[in-house]
Design a binder for this molecule. Structure first.
Ligand code: AHR
Length: 666
C-alpha cells in the first residue's frame, strides 16, 4: 500500500469507525407494563442559609451586615480568601470582618455594647467640631435605572448630630439623598426611599453613606435597603424563576447550617431586632431576616410545600418539640400563641420534617456515633409526634452501617429515610453524565437489600428521600459553594431523573441541592438571574414528564431513554439523553402511537459540553420547544442532547395543554 493510499484508509477509519460502532438503537415501549407512579416529590428543592442562596440570592436585601454583627474598625479589611482543597476550588472571597468603612478620621466610630439595638453592639458615629463628614459607608451596590428602592434606618442620638444623611453616591458623582432632621433620644425607625433616574444605564459600585457633618453623636441600630418591587422581601426576578421551576417542596433551613441553628433567632417582630449571628457552619453572617414566617410566605408565593429540617446536632429535643408546636400547634398552645403574636394565628401544618442532617459526618455540628444517635432520633421523634401525630419525620441515612442501624433501631420513628449524593467531575463525558444515575441506583439497591435482610422492615415501606443530590465541583464563582453548571451536568441531571423513574418503587422524594447560587439551579448577580444549565432540565422534566413509568425493552446503546404515561393515560412522554459526541439513531416501536406522530418536542442541546448560562446574558443552554411530525422509527438524536417528546395516544388530548390542542386535533 503506498503512503497516500494508506493515509486515505486511515482517515476513513477515523471518521467512519464511530458511526459503525455506534450501531442503531432500537427499543419497544410497552404501555401495559408499568412501574409504580412517579412521586411528584422527586422534583423537590433545597435551600440553605449558606453563601448566596438565601441572602444575596433569594432575599432582596442589598446591604451586607445590616445589623452590625462585626465591629466597625478604622482599618477596613472585610475580605479573606479561602479555597476548598477537597473540592479543588480556586480561592474565593468571604466576608470575615465588617463591610462598613469609616468616613472620617480614626476614632470616628466606636461600638456601644451597653444599649445595642440588636446583637452584641451597635455603632456610634462621633461628629466632630470642625464639621467634617463622619460616618460609615458600603461601596458595592448595583442599582438599576428608573427603579425605586425602599428601606429604613433605625437611629438614636444627640439632636446636635442632625441632620443625619443617608446618601447613595454613584460613580459619576450624582447623589440621591435622605435627610433625617429630628433625631430621637430613643431608637426610632426612619423610612428610606430613593428613585434612580431612568435616563442613564445601570449603576455599579454605588456607595451608601450614613453620616453627619455636625458635632453630635448618633448610633445606628440597623439599616435595610431593597428594590421596591420585592415580594414580601423576596427578589421578584428569582421568585418568577421559582414559579417556572414549579418544585412541589422545599427543604429548609439546612444542611449543615441547621445543626447549629436556633429557630427562635429567626422569629419575632420587628425583623430588625432579630439578632445577627455568625453562620454556625459556613462563612458569613446570619442576619436572621429569614426565619419560619418568611420561609412559609415564600412557600405560599410559589405554591410549594414546606419541609423543615430540625436541629438534632447542637439543639435539644425540647427545642425541636417547641418548633413543631410553633409551626403546627393550635393558637391556644404556648408556641401557637407566640406564633399568633408574630402575625400568624393559623397553624402552618407542616407535614415533612427532616430530623437532623448528615449526623453521621465528623463535619456535622453535634455529630455522634450511630448507637447514641438512634436513641436521640427516637426520643426526638416521640417528642415531635406528641405535639403533632400527623407529621412525616424523615430520618438521617447514609447507606452502610449508619442506614442499616437506623433501619434496625429507629424504623418505627420515621416515614422516609434520607440519603445524600454529591458527585464531582469526570473527564470522560458519558462517564461524567452517568455518575448521579449510578449513585441513585446504588442507593435504591442497597435499600431493597435492607428490606430483605431486616426483619419486619419490608412491611413498613420506608422509602428514600434523596434530600440532597447534585454535582459539586469547580470554582466558587457565585460565592461560597457557588459552582457553575454546564451542558455535561445538565445531561447528568436528566439521566438522574431517568434513574429516579426506574426506581419509583422505593424513591419517594428528592431535593435538588440547591436552588440558588450555592450548587444551585438558578444563578444570580445583583440585578438579574437565570436558570443554570441543570436548572433547565429540572424545569423541563417537572413540567412535562409523565407520571406512570412504562417498560422499555431492546437496545438503547449509548442513549439513556425513559418513558411515562401522563396522569390521564392519554399521552406518553419519552425522553432521550445522548451524552456522546456523535448524533445517534434510535428506532422506537410504540404500537399505540403508530409510526408517524404529532408531538411536542423539547430539546436541550449544545455542541460544547462545557457551555453554561450566565445571569444577564441570553442562555447558552436553553430549552427549545417545537411542534413536530415525527417518525418514531427513524429518530436522530443530536450529540450532547436531551430530547423530550410528548405524544397523545390515539388522538386523546386530555393531558394536552389548551394551546397545544389545535395542533393535535387538526
Ligand atoms: O448542600 C451543601 C451541604 O452539603 C449541606 O449543608 C450538607 O448537608 C451537605 O454536606
Amino acid at each position: 500500500m503506498n503512503n497516500k493510499y494508506f493515509l486515505l484508509v486511515c482517515t476513513l477509519i477515523v471518521f467512519l469507525l464511530p458511526q459503525v460502532l455506534s450501531a442503531d438503537s432500537s427499543i419497544k415501549i410497552d404501555t401495559e407494563k408499568r412501574g409504580e407512579p412517579i412521586s411528584k416529590y422527586i422534583y423537590g428543592q433545597f435551600i440553605e442559609h449558606l453563601g448566596k442562596c438565601i441572602y444575596g440570592g433569594l432575599w432582596a436585601e442589598m446591604l451586607m451586615d445590616r445589623k452590625f454583627y462585626y465591629e466597625i474598625k478604622d482599618k477596613f479589611d472585610p475580605w479573606t480568601y479561602r479555597n476548598e482543597p477537597f473540592w479543588d476550588t480556586d480561592y474565593y472571597r468571604c466576608l470575615s470582618a465588617s463591610p462598613w468603612e469609616v468616613i472620617g478620621p480614626a476614632g470616628t466610630v466606636t461600638m456601644d455594647s451597653d444599649n445595642p439595638y440588636t446583637g452584641k453592639h451597635s455603632p456610634v458615629i462621633h461628629g466632630n467640631k470642625s464639621n467634617e463628614k463622619t460616618g460609615i459607608k458600603q461601596s458595592w451596590l448595583t442599582l438599576k435605572k428608573g427603579q425605586k428602592y425602599t428601606g429604613r434606618i433605625i437611629l438614636t442620638g444627640d439632636k446636635k448630630a442632625a441632620p443625619v444623611k443617608v446618601q447613595l453616591v454613584m460613580k459619576n458623582g450624582k447623589t440621591l439623598s435622605k435627610e433625617i432632621k429630628n433625631i430621637s433620644s430613643e431608637y426610632k425607625e426612619y423610612p428610606l426611599e430613593f428613585v434612580t433616574p431612568a435616563s442613564c444605564g445601570d449603576y455599579g459600585n454605588v456607595s451608601i453613606e450614613i453620616f453627619t457633618e455636625k458635632e453630635g453623636n448618633f448610633k445606628i441600630g440597623a439599616i435595610s435597603l431593597m428594590p421596591a418591587d420585592n415580594i414580601k422581601g423576596w427578589r421578584k426576578d428569582v421568585v418568577s424563576l421559582l414559579k417556572e421551576l414549579n418544585a412541589p417542596v422545599y427543604r429548609w433551613p439546612g444542611g449543615n447550617f441547621v445543626s447549629g441553628y436556633n429557630w427562635r433567632d429567626g422569629i419575632g417582630e420587628p425583623r430588625d431586632k432579630r439578632p445577627p449571628r455568625k453562620n454556625p457552619a459556613w462563612q458569613g453572617v446570619e442576619s436572621n431576616d429569614v426565619g419560619i414566617h418568611e420561609y412559609m410566605e415564600l412557600m405560599e408565593l410559589i405554591d410549594a410545600e414546606p419541609f423543615v429540617a430540625v436541629n438534632t446536632g447542637l439543639g435539644t429535643i425540647e427545642e425541636v418539640a417547641e418548633e413543631v408546636e410553633y409551626c403546627n400547634g393550635a393558637k391556644e398552645t404556648p408556641m401557637g400563641k407566640l406564633r399568633a403574636r408574630n402575625g400568624h394565628p393559623e397553624p402552618y401544618n407542616v407535614k415533612w420534617w427532616a430530623v437532623g442532617n448528615e449526623m453521621y459526618g465528623s463535619w456535622q455540628l453535634g455529630h455522634m456515633p450511630i448507637e447514641k444517635y438512634t436513641e436521640k432520633h427516637n426520643k426526638t421523634v416521640k417528642a415531635m409526634r406528641k405535639v403533632d401525630n400527623n407529621i412525616k419525620p424523615i430520618a438521617v441515612g447514609e447507606v452502610g452501617e449508619w442506614t442499616q442501624k437506623m433501619l434496625e433501631n429507629s424504623s418505627d420513628y420515621m416515614s422516609l429515610i434520607s440519603e445524600h449524593i454529591y458527585v464531582k467531575e469526570k473527564v470522560n463525558i458519558p462517564e461524567h453524565t452517568a455518575q448521579l444515575a449510578e449513585a441513585i441506583k446504588g442507593k435504591a439497591e442497597a435499600h431493597r437489600k435492607y428490606r430483605k435482610e431486616i426483619e419486619g422492615l419490608a412491611e413498613k415501606d420506608i422509602d428514600i428521600a434523596m434530600d440532597e443530590w447534585n454535582y459539586w465541583y469547580g470554582d466558587y464563582i457565585y460565592g461560597e459553594l457557588g459552582v457553575r453548571y454546564h451542558t455535561r451536568d445538565a445531561l447528568g441531571v436528566a439521566r438522574a431523573f431517568h434513574e429516579y423513574y426506574r426506581n419509583s418503587d422505593i424513591i419517594f422524594m428528592a431535593n435538588y441541592a440547591q436552588t440558588v447560587n450555592v450548587i444551585g439551579a438558578i444563578k444570580t448577580n445583583d440585578t438579574t438571574s437565570t436558570f443554570a444549565a441543570t436548572g433547565m432540565v429540572l424545569k423541563l422534566y417537572r413540567n412535562n414528564f409523565g407520571s406512570i413509568p412504562v417498560e422499555i425493552s431492546g437496545k438503547t446503546g449509548d442513549l439513556d431513554v425513559a418513558a411515562a404515561l401522563t396522569k390521564n393515560e392519554d399521552s406518553i412522554t419519552i425522553s432521550i439523553v445522548n451524552p456522546t459526541e456523535n448524533a445517534q439513531k434510535l428506532s422506537i416501536n410504540l404500537p399505540e402511537a403508530g409510526k408517524k406522530s404529532k408531538a411536542i418536542k423539547w430539546e436541550i442541546q449544545h455542541h460544547n459540553p462545557a457551555a453554561y448560562n450566565e445571569p444577564g446574558k441570553k442562555p447558552e443552554v436553553d430549552i427549545i420547544e417545537e411542534k413536530v411530525n415525527i417518525d418514531l422509527s427513524k429518530l436522530s438524536i443530536k450529540k450532547y442532547s436531551i430530547v423530550l417528546f410528548k405524544i397523545p395516544l390515539s388522538g386523546k388530548t386530555k393531558d394536552v395543554k389548551e394551546e397545544e390542542k389545535d395542533f393535535f386535533t387538526d
